[in-house]
Design a protein around this ligand. Structure first.
Ligand SMILES: *Cc1c(COP(=O)(O)O)cnc(C)c1O
Length: 232
């Protein structure tokens, strides 16, 4: 199993390195977030042994089970799923990053519920970049207001933006959307200089995201294989 993980991790790192080289960027400028949702704690542990430190989870109960099981390891946990307001306390208590903050109610709850003994919770604002009705994420016009609100709280730390564009086949089409996202990211950086993270790109489109300036790619399938349903 660890052999298989090692090969996939090498492949994904190779893709990131190649994309960086083609974009004239340093490979260290793009962080890999390993998306381990639906995969067992043993898979996370294998990748951790291979040097991977940041992991992303989308389902709160499943994530907490793994975080508890792997508490001894120095893992940075990112919550990347849709945020229900009745789950904010659990998220604020267990994760290091929350990607996908898209409304003021969630900002307030996470700020109030982050335990004071923990470091500030790192926050990415999710943008609904393709304006899809069923998708999470705020409208681009709402980024500035949310950012100002996040910046007011000592328990939160605004780090940047995240988006999940609609799937597109063609590299040029993928890049056009990521370019728009990057422009919003630069705009946010102009008012909040501590912003340093643009989370964009997944297994199918990480090259286009890196070409456009992404600093964090979230990769599941290309690292762990096809997802199976998590057993509860
Ligand atoms: C599942 C998930 C990913 C990983 O997608 P893959 O296509 O498997 O790489 C990335 N980001 C988010 C928000 C996800 O929910």
């Amino acid at each position: 199993m660890i052999r298989k993980h090692s090969e996939k991790l090498e492949q994904v790192r190779g893709r990131i390195d190649t994309a960086c080289r083609e974009a004239g960027r340093r490979p260290e400028s793009v962080q890999l977030l390993a998306v381990s949702k639906t995969h067992p704690a043993s898979a996370v542990s294998h990748l951790h042994q291979l040097g991977q430190r940041a992991f992303g989870e989308s389902y709160v109960d499943e994530a907490v089970a793994k975080i508890t099981e792997l508490a001894e390891l120095d893992i940075e946990w990112h919550y990347i799923g849709p945020i229900q307001s009745n789950k904010t306390r659990t998220i604020a208590e267990h994760f290091d990053w929350v990607q996908g903050v898209d409304r003021s109610k969630i900002v307030r709850r996470l700020a109030d519920q982050r335990p004071g003994r923990h470091a500030p919770l790192n926050i990415l604002i999710q943008v609904n970049i393709d304006d899809e009705p069923q998708k999470a994420g705020c409208h681009p016009d709402d980024i500035a207001g949310l950012a100002a609100m996040i910046a007011e709280h000592d328990t939160l730390r605004l780090r940047g933006l995240m988006a999940i564009p609609a799937p597109r086949e063609d590299f040029a089409d993928q890049k056009t959307v990521f370019d728009r996202l990057f422009a919003l990211y630069r705009e946010l950086q102009a008012t909040h200089p501590q912003v340093d993270t643009l989370s964009a790109g997944m297994s199918a489109d990480l090259e286009a995201a890196i070409a456009a300036g992404s600093t964090m790619v979230r990769v599941g399938t290309a690292l762990f294989g096809t997802r199976v349903k998590w057993k509860t």
